[in-house]
Design a protein around this ligand. Structure first.
Ligand code: MV4
Length: 511
């Protein structure tokens, strides 16, 4: 095992990796930008080195600088976390060429899965089901129409270099093809510097289900089961869970076998994830492989009992996996991403100082965060501040537990996604598991827009306010009662613009 590891990341994932190091007895080295000089990951690591100014292009993306730091401080390995340099083939290669250990898959496996068309071709050769379509870039709209005639409309144009939905266009008829191909091409060129576009049959209303795999350097590769990630908005996942209501033990086995086959075909080592679309008839199609630890890894950890980040480090140090059979999930885990975004205002990023932070705890609750009271939240980095994860025996209990934990959570000073998550937990479609990748965007009005409280809630809030007012006059002091929390999961002022409350004329001075 290594004695010292450099963590090439920030925020919650840097802390997560530092914690894994501590438990393994490995010294951790943090790197930080000027914006993060006071960040928790800098304090919690055994050592910390400044690498540049706030913009990530001048700090967390400076691979050459990070490798120099690792060599200077005597680290033997680099863990990239997710985002930043984690899926840059050149960086994985440069780390190896510097004589350091890369805690991730071989550069060749990152490359094999980096191009969507190359990954598709690889998957097909390994017998992995993919969405019917072409494996090569299209030459022109006429060719695209011929392919569409073969599979039937609607079809989906996709950028070969793609990812994150960039350069994707749904085409529903021949007449739309030429314009859609032009715009997909120009978006692909702008986003990836590569305008190759291919075509697939469009799958309507599927779920996004992914399979976590773990492969060691001795040829063992196992599936750790699925995560359901359908609750997303504009390709940003908001909630993930394990297992998925749509996956039976039989389907889990088939998807797991396929994911392992894809990983083996790519020469994969370390933790990785195969993404699938799962349609309403139970057909699944490989989309791509994520060659990194993912944000949502904790739900898999909770249902398998494994520490995935520790296993990443142990695999990188040459250890053998002690199991060869796929693991069976135990209980149910749910993760909510706590972001500095204001769902009531189109998920506008919110900035400021975290004035007060109260974290949920109690049975089955885990907080993977990168913030503390006093943290400044700016616009330089991803708005994801933390993840709230719960584990319980059943899905129903996990939802109740998440709802309870979200109620316990207080973050003052900035807007966050907390109330959005409360509303999802309260939603009948979510509770019944009746969701797809389109569900959230179709229900955003009900979930993310402040709803005027109904009469019963308003009456309860007014009653609470009257009691607070009475108590306050009785004490001759300032009220600290919870009048503002009487309306569940919504602040009265935000809910109504203050109007109903002001009309009621009863809450003046309480907030
Ligand atoms: C699809 C699809 C439907 N049919 N492919 C979006 C990003 C990229 N990784 C693949 N994506 C999709 N590919 C076919 N043939 C729908 C999506 C898609 C999606 C996939 C996973 C998670 C969220 C999504 C949101 C919108 C569209």
């Amino acid at each position: 095992m290594f004695t010292k590891l450099l963590v090439a990341n920030r925020g919650e994932i840097a802390l997560r990796i530092i914690r894994a190091c501590q438990e393994l007895g490995v010294r951790s080295v943090a790197v930080y930008s000027d914006a993060d000089a006071q960040a928790p990951h800098v304090r919690e690591a055994d050592e910390a080195v400044r690498i540049g100014p706030a913009p990530s292009s001048e700090s967390y993306l400076k691979g050459d600088v990070i490798i120099e730091v690792a060599k200077r401080v005597g680290a033997q390995a680099i863990h990239p976390g997710y985002g930043f340099l984690s899926e840059r083939e050149w960086f994985a290669r440069a780390v190896r060429e510097a004589g350091l250990v890369w805690v991730g898959p071989p550069a060749e496996a990152i490359a094999a899965m980096g191009s969507k068309t190359a990954a598709r071709t690889l998957a097909i050769s390994a017998g992995v089901p993919v969405v019917p379509g072409t494996a090569q870039g299209l030459t022109d709209a006429a060719e695209a129409r011929t392919v569409a005639a073969k599979y039937g409309y609607p079809v989906l144009l996709k950028a070969a270099a793609g990812g994150g939905g960039k350069g994707m266009r749904i085409v529903r008829a021949d007449g739309e093809m030429a314009a859609a191909l032009d715009s997909a091409r120009s978006e692909a060129r702008k986003s990836f510097g590569d305008d190759a576009v291919y075509v697939e049959k469009y799958i309507e209303g599927p779920r996004h289900v992914e399979i976590q795999v773990l492969a060691d350097s001795h040829g063992n590769c196992i599936s750790l089961g699925e995560r359901e990630c359908s609750v997303q908005r504009r390709h940003q996942k908001m909630i993930e869970e394990a297992p998925s209501v749509a996956v039976t033990p039989e389907l889990r086995k088939r998807m797991g076998d396929v994911a392992v086959a894809a990983a083996k075909a790519a020469g994969y080592v370390n933790a990785g994830t195969c993404e699938f679309l799962l349609d309403r008839d139970g057909n699944f199609y490989f989309l791509e492989m994520n060659t990194r630890i993912q944000v949502e890894h904790p739900v898999t950890e909770l249902v398998t009992g494994l520490d995935l980040v520790q296993w990443q480090i142990r695999i990188a140090s040459g250890e053998k996996l002690p199991f060869t059979e796929p693991l069976v999930p135990r209980g149910w885990a749910i993760e909510c991403r706590i972001t500095s975004e204001d769902p009531a205002n189109g998920f506008l990023p919110s900035t400021g100082r975290i004035e007060h932070l109260h974290l949920p705890s109690g049975p089955g609750v885990r907080w993977d965060g990168g913030i503390e009271a006093g943290s400044e939240v700016g616009l330089f980095y991803d708005p994801m501040l933390a993840k709230l994860i719960v584990h319980a025996a059943t899905r129903e209990q996990a939802i109740a537990r998440m709802h309870r934990a979200l109620l316990e959570l207080t973050i003052d000073g900035i807007e966050t996604s907390r109330e959005f998550h409360l509303r999802v937990m309260e939603h009948p479609d979510w509770q019944s598991g009746n969701i797809s990748i389109q569900w959230l965007e179709q229900h955003l009005d009900a979930i993310a827009t402040p709803q005027p409280p109904d009469d019963a809630v308003l009456a309860a809030a007014v009653a609470a306010a009257l009691i607070a007012e009475r108590d306050r006059s009785a004490r001759g002091g300032v009220s600290t009662t919870a009048a503002s929390s009487a309306a569940p999961s919504s602040s009265p002022a935000a809910a109504t613009g203050g109007d109903a409350w002001r009309r009621a004329g009863l809450l003046d001075g309480l907030r």
